[in-house]
Design a protein around this ligand. Structure first.
Ligand code: NHR
Ligand code: GAR
Length: 216
């Protein structure tokens, strides 16, 4: 892996509003988005990248006979950009053990829940169904364990009685669009480190729920 902490590749599968936020903040954040890769050729995020003159690559998972072969093709596409950091932003393909090992400590994901609660999909509806008063968003290091890598930072929102899954998704997106560029900058500045299943910020071990951000 290239040792330029400031060069980032963003992996997407869809809309790419988090990609947009990362692009908009990249100057202030001191990182550079070298490329955007999607497993879907019709992902709207690809158009966002092109509008900002950022090179794009499509690696369509349906064209590979196995997950391993897809992961290998994805690795090749990533390595052409020589990044120091890989950011998953609404990327919807589970990555295999070999892939994760190759980029150990250099992959981040944003997940719409207060991890370790509610890993997996459909988090907003599950939070509503459980009658939770709080919901939120987490940025974590990607490890082999799905949505199980150490949490770096999270931000909470209150669940109101008037909320539905859509209103929660909107509130969560607002938080994500500030939180993710912030954490990307920490990484670019060399402040973040993964050691086994522990995350460190400025050489301080982060708690299980990461750094609590309150930007409100
Ligand atoms: N890979 C590893 N190894 N570890 C993680 O923590 C990962 C990961 C890949 C993606 C994002 C994650 C999320 O934030 C993520 C974290 C997709 C699925 C999934 O079930 C699950 C979790 C996440 C992303 N994907 C299906 C699959 O078969 C496909 C679903 C679809 O195409 O719509 O890969 O929630
Ligand atoms: C974000 O809310 C992100 O947390 C979530 O998908 C959305 C992507 O939005 N990620 C997952 O659910 C991963 N399984 P975007 O494409 O507009 O950035």
């Amino acid at each position: 892996m290239h040792n330029n902490h400031r060069s980032v590749v963003v992996l997407i599968s869809g809309n790419g509003s988090n990609l947009q936020a990362l692009m908009d903040f990249s100057n202030a954040g001191n990182y550079r988005i070298s490329g955007v890769i999607s497993n879907k050729s019709d992902a709207y995020g690809l158009q966002r990248a092109e509008q900002s003159n950022i090179p794009t690559t499509v690696v369509d998972h349906r064209q590979y006979e196995s997950r391993d072969l897809f992961d290998q093709a994805l690795s090749q596409a990533i390595d052409e950009y020589e990044p120091g950091l890989i950011i998953l932003a609404g990327f919807m393909r589970i990555l295999g053990a070999d892939f994760v090992k190759r980029y150990q400590g250099k992959i981040l994901n944003i997940h719409p829940s207060l991890l370790p609660d509610y890993p997996g999909t459909n988090t907003h509806q599950r939070v509503l169904d459980a009658g939770e008063k709080m919901h939120g968003v987490s940025v974590h290091f990607v490890t082999e364990e799905l949505d199980g890598g150490p949490v770096i930072a999270q931000e909470s929102i209150a669940v109101e009685s008037s909320d539905d899954a859509e209103s929660l998704a909107t509130k969560i997106h607002e938080k994500e669009h500030v939180l993710y560029p912030t954490v990307a900058s920490w990484f670019a500045d060399g402040r973040l480190r993964l050691d086994g299943n522990d995350a460190f910020l400025d050489e301080q071990l982060l708690p299980e729920t990461g750094e609590q951000i309150d930007a409100s």
